[in-house]
Design a protein around this ligand. Structure first.
Ligand code: ZN
Length: 240
């Protein structure tokens, strides 16, 4: 079974389409939240994700903020401007769809959240110190997280704790309790501007991180046209 695991599309339809096409045939689509925010294609990304067969999706902090469930003051100024823009431009069916997203899902041996198993919408699992505290908060073997926009693999059994995120582009076999992050589709922050995603096979317990190029300039021009902060366009070209 091949599952496309992806996160943090952030209203970037060009990156999202590139990932869907690069992933090829898959049996299911698992989205780890933040469909909207930052980018200009909020309605288009929601319409596209809803077409996907065998889709599961959880709610991210930008999705929750768009629904007015989170205080916008907790976001930086430019992120907050994009949330205001999204609230203003998102169609009713988009809002209704975001409302259907749960904060957490458990499928067989896998927990699915946006942030962390402790605080599904808000916590960041950025380093091994944090990850090591998180293993106690879920009962399954695997926990899938997004939110940091940086791909990572954190294993509970790590004898030498890694200093930074473990990124392995080989097909990794998941043998122990592990937290996995596929990186971000629409706004990667690991200085690699290519859209990030993973192919997960729960039967074989394998995880394969992948990257794909997409037309960054077309998103940048839509950001400009929409009046969203230009900083959101700049960062796409460099992946920060
Ligand atoms: Zn995000």
């Amino acid at each position: 079974m091949r599952i496309l695991v992806f996160s943090d599309i952030h209203s970037n339809l060009s990156a999202f389409e590139a990932v869907l096409s690069a992933a090829g045939n898959v049996d299911a689509y698992w989205c780890l939240g933040d469909i909207v925010g930052y980018g200009p294609d909020a309605n288009e990304c929601i319409a596209r994700i809803r077409e996907l067969p065998n889709l599961v999706c959880v709610r991210g902090n930008h999705d929750a903020a768009t629904l007015g469930e989170v205080d916008q003051q907790t976001f930086n100024h430019e992120a907050s401007l994009a949330i205001t823009w999204t609230k203003r431009n998102l169609k009713t069916e988009g809002i209704e769809y975001l409302l259907t997203l749960p904060e957490k899902l458990v499928i067989n041996d896998i927990t699915i959240v946006h942030g962390s198993p402790h605080n599904p919408v808000w916590d960041y699992v950025m380093d091994y110190m944090t990850a090591s505290r998180m293993f106690q908060f879920y009962d399954t073997r695997i926990c899938l997280v997004g939110h940091t926009h940086v791909p990572a693999i954190w294993k509970e059994s790590e004898s030498v704790p890694p200093k930074g995120p473990v990124i392995d582009f080989h097909k990794t076999k998941i043998l122990t309790k592990t937290i996995l992050n596929p990186g971000s589709v629409g706004q990667p922050r690991d200085h690699d501007p290519r859209a990030s995603y993973a192919i997960f096979d729960p039967d074989e317990s394998t995880w394969e991180l992948r990257r794909t190029i997409y037309d960054i300039e077309s998103v940048q021009s839509r950001i400009k046209k929409s009046g969203l902060p230009w900083r959101h366009a700049m960062r796409l070209a460099e992946g920060w």
